[in-house]
Design a protein around this ligand. Sequence first.
Ligand code: SAH
Ligand code: SF4
Length: 358
Amino acid sequence: MSEMKPSLYDYTQKELIEQIKPAFRVKQIYGWLYHHYAENFEDMKNIPKALKEELSEKFIVNPLSIVNKEESSDGTIKYLLQMQDGKTMEAVWLKMKDQQIDESGNVYQEAKYTICVSTQVGCKVGCTFCLTAKGGFTRDLSAGEIVAQVVTLKRDNNHKYDRKINIVYMGMGEPLDNLNNVAQAIKVFKEEDGLSIGGKRQTVSTSGLSTKIDKLGEMDLGVHIAISLHAVDDELRSELIPMNKAHNINSIIEAVKRFPIDTRKRVMFEYLVIKDKNDDIGSAKKLVKLLSDIKAKVNLIYFNPYPGTPYDRPTRADMVAFQDYLLKHGLLCTIRDSKGIDISAACGQLKEKTQGEI
Ligand code: SAH
Ligand code: SF4
C-alpha cells in the first residue's frame, strides 16, 4: 500500500490549530471543509496560495470519490465510495418521513435524513448472515474517511451544512473494532464550527463487543448505542455471530446496563428476523424476559437475502405476530421497513455487484 497522506477531515479544529498557523486560517479552512464541502485546496478561495501549497505537502482534502450510486424509488441512495488506496466501501442516504406539528397544531410530514456510514473495509466478526463478512477483513477506515462519507453525501444531495442529519454507524464493518477512529469521527462531527451533529444524533451499532461497549461508555461522547442482538440464546447467537462465544448475551446485557444514556432515551436492540430460526413466539417470549430490566426498544429487521445465503426472509405475518407479542408485553417495538428494497439494500451488496467480488 502506498503511503497515504492524512486528510484535513481527520482532525478537530483544535488539532488543526496545533498544526497550521496562523490560527484564524484554520477557522476559515474549517468553513471551507464543512460549510462549503471543499474537495481540494483550489476551492479555498480566501486562503493564500503559499499556505495552500505548504498544506498540500502534508495533507489531502477529500479522501473519497463516488464510483457508483443506486437510487431507490423510496428516496434511499446507496453510494459506493473509493479511497486513496483504491479500496471501496458503502454509505447510504436514507430519507425518513417524520410527523411534525406546526404552531396551529396541524400535523404535517417532513422529510428527515439519516446517513449510514461504514467504519471498516470488510469485517472481522464474520456473521453468517452478513455479506460484508464474506470477504473477510481488509482494513480500518480512518476518522477522515468516516467523516468524509457524510460530507460527500451531503454535498451530492445539496444538503446545506446546517440542515439536521442523523448518523448511524451501521454500514460495513464493526465500529467498536475500530473504536479510536470512530470516536475521533464522532468528535469531528460534533464540532460547532463544523457540521455540529450532536451525540444524540449519532448511533453506534455493534454486534456486541462487550468490553468495547464499556470503553465507548467511558469516553462519554453522548452517543446512542444499538445492539445487534438477533438471538435470545447463546447457541443460536454463536451460530449467527461467532464471536458471541467470547462476548455472550449476558455480558452484553450487563455492559448495556453500565452504559451512560440519557435517562429519557432507550437503548435500541436490533433483532434480525430469519425464517424458521428466530421468528417464533417462543423467541419473542424470551426476548421480553431478557430485556425486562432495561429501558429498551426493539427494532425488528427482515433478513435481506442475497445469492448463496442459507437463510430466508421471514413472512410478514410472522413478523407482525412477533411485534404484537412484544408490544402486548410492554416492550416498544418497530419493524424496520426495508429501505431501498429495489436496489442493493443489504450491507455489501452494491460493492459485490460493482466489483463481482468483495
Ligand atoms: N457491525 C455492526 C454495524 C454494521 S451491520 C453491527 O453488526 O451492528 C448493521 C446492521 O445490518 C446489523 O444490525 C446487521 O445485523 C444488519 N445486517 C447484516 N446483514 C444483513 C442482511 N443480510 N439483512 C438484513 N440486515 C443485515
Ligand atoms: Fe460485521 Fe456487523 Fe456484518 Fe457482523 S453484521 S459481519 S459485525 S458488519
